[in-house]
Design a protein around this ligand. Structure first.
Ligand code: PBG
Ligand code: ZN
Length: 280
């Protein structure tokens, strides 16, 4: 995709420092390990790619808030977000690996850990592990309502994390079921999530609105890769005015209640905002 690439650790640190100088205040990291296995060993390795990147970024831009994606799919040979036995995901057995991953990110210096795996009970397991490891202040931003979605396609290509068999519908939300999404959010809050995230963004603004209204929590939205790809492709073809369309989408996120927007457009949006133009 245009404007989307994999970075080496040095490049990530460099880009982070540049982004900070431009006014960006936080980044979200995803790792692509050199080796994948059945236990996602590189997800929680002390010298894993994300752990090293966090340290390098904190050195290059100490004030930049570093959020890490906590999941196993990029690190698993089969590409699923949990441990697999036969064709089943082992929910509870996966919690330990997720908790170890979160603690290893905190040890590296991450400010916020963001579990995106959708296993049940993982917020509770991660909070307990962080507290036990003396990281009571590490924030958990939980992907509370993450829907099984066709809009993740470009990300899976970039992160080399497409599942090798089956799909993710046994752990990600059914996109027709808003009630289930609200229950998932309630559970994550009970388990002590500090912030919750809705994903994808644009096709799920109704869920974002309902979650913000009902729970009044710090609420984030993830404007995912497929949403980015759609507008980028249209803009490149001259079919849409990118700046106007993007600012309209960002305004929609704010209108629907988002406190934080995760978006591949962040660095482009910043100067547009500073010029005080809504895009029109
Ligand atoms: C999986 C994960 C996904 C994304 C980030 N981490 C979804 C998935 O592959 O099921 C999607 C992000 C995007 O599309 O921008 N843990
Ligand atoms: Zn995953």
């Amino acid at each position: 995709m245009p404007g989307v690439s994999q970075f080496t650790i040095e490049e990530a640190a460099d880009e982070s420092a540049k982004a900070y100088a431009e006014g960006i205040r936080s980044v979200l990291l995803f790792g692509i390990p050199s080796e994948k296995n059945e236990r996602a060993g590189q997800a929680y390795a002390e010298n894993g790619v994300v752990q090293r990147a966090v340290r390098a970024i904190k050195k290059a831009a100490p004030e930049l808030l570093v959020i890490t994606d906590v999941c196993l799919c990029e690190y698993m040979s089969h590409g699923h977000c949990g441990i697999v036995e036969g064709t089943h995901i082992l929910n509870d057995a996966s919690l330990d690996l997720l908790a170890r991953t979160a603690v290893s990110h905190a040890e590296a210096g991450a400010d916020i850990v963001a579990p995106s795996d959708m296993m049940d009970g993982r917020v509770c397991a991660i909070r307990a592990a962080l507290d036990a490891a003396h990281f009571p202040d590490t924030i958990i931003m939980s992907y509370a309502a993450k829907f099984a979605s066709a809009f993740y396609g470009p990300f899976r290509d970039a992160a080399e994390s497409a599942p090798q068999f089956g799909d993710r519908r046994t752990y990600q939300m059914d996109n027709a079921n808003a009630a289930e999404a609200l229950r998932e959010v309630a559970t994550d809050i009970e388990e002590s999530a500090d912030m919750i995230l809705i994903k994808p963004g644009l096709p799920y603004l109704d869920v974002l609105w309902r979650v913000k209204e009902r729970f009044a929590m710090p609420t984030a939205v993830y404007n995912v890769s497929g949403e980015y790809a759609m507008l980028k492709a249209a803009a490149q073809n001259g079919w849409l005015d990118e700046r106007a369309a993007v600012m309209e989408a960002m305004t929609a996120f704010k209108r629907a209640g988002a406190d934080l927007i995760v978006t591949y457009w962040a660095r482009e949006v910043l100067p547009w905002l500073e010029n005080g133009v809504s895009g029109r």
